[in-house]
Every structure is written in C-alpha cells, then in structure tokens.
Design a protein around this ligand. Structure first.
Ligand code: SF4
Length: 68
C-alpha cells in the first residue's frame, strides 16, 4: 500500500505516530517552526493496513491518505 502525507496540512499532533509508529514519525521542521510527520515507510506491508487506516481516520488535520 502507498501512504501519502500532505505536509501543508500536517501540524505535528503526533496521533499517527501513536497509532502506527512503524509507518509514521513526527520530527522537528528544519526551521524549527513546528513539528511534522515523516514517513518511516512510504510503502508499508499489507499487514500494517489496519493500523495505517486508523491513523488516516484519526489525523485531526486529514493530512494522511492511502493511495492504493
Ligand atoms: S496525526 Fe496528522 S497532523 Fe498529526 S502528525 Fe500525524 S499527519 Fe500530522
């Protein structure tokens, strides 16, 4: 499955990392302005689909999506 994160929408709440740390990690911005999500795995195994779907659903900024 392909996972996408829209960094224009992400505000670094970190719910995704709490839900699926195998796939998402929250890091500081280069300019130190605010944290944002980074994909640890952009193409995670199907075994992680349930967790990724949960992270997509619970992202407060709707910044995450599954492409396929
Ligand atoms: S839950 Fe959404 S807003 Fe928060 S860090 Fe993850 S992608 Fe960004």
């Amino acid at each position: 499955m392909k996972v996408k994160a829209d960094l224009d929408l992400c505000q670094g709440h970190g719910m995704c990392e709490d839900t699926a740390p195998e796939v998402f990690r929250v890091v500081e911005s280069d300019d130190g302005s605010y944290p944002h999500v980074e994909l640890v795995l952009a193409d995670p195994d199907e075994a992680l689909r349930e967790k990724v779907e949960e992270a997509v659903r619970f992202c407060p900024n709707r910044a995450l999506s599954i492409e396929a």
